[in-house]
Ligand binder design. Structure first.
Ligand SMILES: Nc1ncnc2c1ncn2[C@@H]1O[C@H](COP(=O)(O)OP(=O)(O)OP(=O)(O)O)[C@@H](O)[C@H]1O
Ligand SMILES: [Mg+2]
Length: 541
């Protein structure tokens, strides 16, 4: 129960002229109250503000040895938050439980306590050893929305002079102001912590989605690529990712960024083949206002957006000679100017570039600057075509079916025959083609089971063992043998050995022996016999 006071007005001063002591004190306290409110609104650092409040109480209101305790939500105890005592200890881990000492009494019953002389009070603990036994003492609750959150305790600097009530009323006002600010600080802290939680969750999700977990493959070649990527991820080294279309170049660029120390900053992507030259330049370097018709506002380019992070330059093999020169400068110096600007901008950006082109040949032909090639090719990563890692197909297919099944909200399965058919295809479009093929099959499947009849390819591109069949496709990479010209294995070809004919038929039949036998005009027993005598290793999936 707090008593309510009215501010002492000048009319109440005793006659005889001048202000009475009460009135003088009120004027002093009013200006101190103003200073307190100013301190509370000055900074967002609540602890610092509270110290300043206690300092103001000491310097402007004659209330020394201020202490602010905050109720700990878990233990219900009052932890000393801030002490202002210029000549004593100013921090301590002291805690008060309900009923412990005078301050603890407030925890039991949130109301103000006023003592004319602290030494007269037997429950006084003086835990902090800061209080003067001969002086008065005031402690008031700090409430937020009706619930007790803390205590503000002070000691008037002079012995009781009959104005304890006025001082206590003032301390209550200060406690109210602190309560309001505390509520604000609590709301802000709560919001901040939920935002941080959300951010961390998003970061973990992004890292999971774009990390190495999202890339499947146990073949020796892919394991080597993953190892190299993991190692290079740690550094700022420029990476050049190469591989045919759909081999996972963008995926590995993501994995490198999200596993690098730059993961908390942006990964900015730009497909260099997607824009005409002039747009590409302003897209990458940004432009100043009025740099060209339509440039109404200045704009940051991708290089600036990626500052502190990574810039993924996709299809780097497609840029013109003039543009190559500009890229070279930024790679060498880390600086550039916006289009239409003269100010040199410096950025800290890690570059990952990708191309399906054979850059060595492009350099030889004079289409690609040699110096730029060496700048980019610091750490080359080659993603082999899918047909060179068929052992990965079952794993990748399972992974992709999981993803597609997730979208379709049902479980998708692949029969053995279907798997064999996947393994017999040439995959000129690599993993992307596999993904599309499986998605098509999933759409066509009624019950989620994908059998061989649902695995369809746009045209016949079955692969015969050791003789890749490719109908065109992207240009081969420098380190990969060029594919032989498109051809279909002709089983009647007289140059084929018996063994090659059986293997080719098995491949075409997706390693279903009965089917291969039909193709060759044999009985199942005949083909089984040949498989055995010709020492053909039957593919197991
Ligand atoms: N090893 C892999 N495991 C799982 N999914 C993969 C793998 N490699 C590629 N993919 C998937 O295949 C698709 C194509 O990959 P990505 O876009 O990274 O290829 P790319 O090399 O950049 O192709 P392009 O040259 O056509 O741009 C993506 O959906 C990707 O998620
Ligand atoms: Mg790509």
């Amino acid at each position: 129960m707090q008593e309510h006071h009215t501010i002492h007005s000048a009319d109440e001063c005793p006659p005889g002229g001048g202000f009475c002591r009460t009135h003088e004190l009120n004027i002093l306290l009013l200006s101190a109250l103003y200073a307190v409110s100013r301190e509370l609104s000055r900074s967002l650092n609540f602890r610092e503000s509270l110290r300043e409040v206690l300092r103001v109480l000491h310097e402007e209101a004659g209330l020394a040895r201020g202490l602010i305790g905050v109720v700990d939500a878990e233990s219900g105890k009052l932890a000393v938050h801030t002490i202002y005592n210029p000549d004593g200890p100013d921090a301590d881990a002291a805690q008060y439980g309900p009923g412990e000492g005078i301050i603890g009494l407030i925890l039991e019953r949130p109301r103000s306590i006023k003592l004319s002389r602290v030494a007269d009070e037997p429950r006084f603990l003086n835990r902090m050893r800061i209080y003067e036994p001969e002086l008065p003492f005031i402690a008031v609750p700090i409430k937020v929305g009706g619930s007790l959150q803390g205590v503000l305790a002070v000691q008037p600097e002079a012995p009781e002079d009959g104005l304890l009530e006025e001082r206590a009323q003032f301390v209550e006002m200060v406690a109210n102001l602190i309560g309001q600010n505390l509520r604000l600080a609590m709301d802000v802290a709560q919001e901040k912590s939920s935002l941080l939680e959300e951010r961390d969750l998003l970061r973990r999700t992004v890292r999971h989605q774009h990390g190495f977990d999202s890339m499947v493959g146990h073949s020796a070649v892919m394991r080597r690529v993953f190892d190299q990527a993991r190692m290079v991820a740690k550094w700022n080294t420029t990476v050049l990712i190469r591989g045919e279309t759909g081999t996972g170049k963008e995926l590995i660029a993501n994995a490198i960024h999200y596993n690098s120390p730059r993961a908390r900053n942006m990964l900015v992507k730009l497909n260099c083949a997607a824009l005409p030259e002039n747009l590409l330049e302003s897209e990458l370097f940004g432009h100043e206002r009025g740099a060209f018709t339509g440039a109404v506002e200045a704009r940051k380019g991708r290089f600036e957006q990626a500052n502190g992070g990574t810039l993924f330059l996709d299809e780097i093999g497609e840029v013109s000679a003039a543009f190559q020169a500009k890229l070279l400068r930024i790679l060498q110096e880390g600086e550039f100017e916006r289009v239409g600007g003269s100010k040199t901008i410096k950025v800290d950006v890690r570059i990952i570039a990708a191309t399906h082109r054979d850059l060595e040949t492009a350099v030889e032909m004079g289409d690609f600057r040699e110096d730029l090639f060496y700048r980019l090719n610091v750490m080359p990563l080659f993603l082999p075509p899918l047909r060179e890692r068929i052992e990965d197909i079952p794993d990748i297919a399972r992974h992709l079916l999981g993803k597609i099944g997730n979208d379709q909200k049902r479980k998708l399965t692949l029969t053995d025959m279907a798997q064999r058919r996947l393994a017999s295809h040439d995959w000129p479009g690599n993993v992307r083609e596999l993904e599309n093929c499986l998605e098509r099959a999933a759409v066509l499947s009624e019950d989620g089971r994908i059998d061989v009849d649902l695995i369809r390819f746009p045209s016949s591109r079955e692969r015969s063992s050791g003789r890749p069949l490719r109908n065109g496709g992207p240009a081969p990479l420098g380190n990969m043998p060029p594919a032989p010209p498109a051809e279909e294995v002709d089983l009647a070809d007289p140059s084929l050995s018996e063994r090659e004919r059986v293997i080719a038929a098995l491949e075409q039949a997706g390693w279903v022996q009965a089917k291969a036998a039909r193709i060759l005009g044999m009985t199942p027993r005949q083909i089984a016999y040949r498989i055995q005598t010709l020492n053909i290793e039957v593919k197991q999936f």
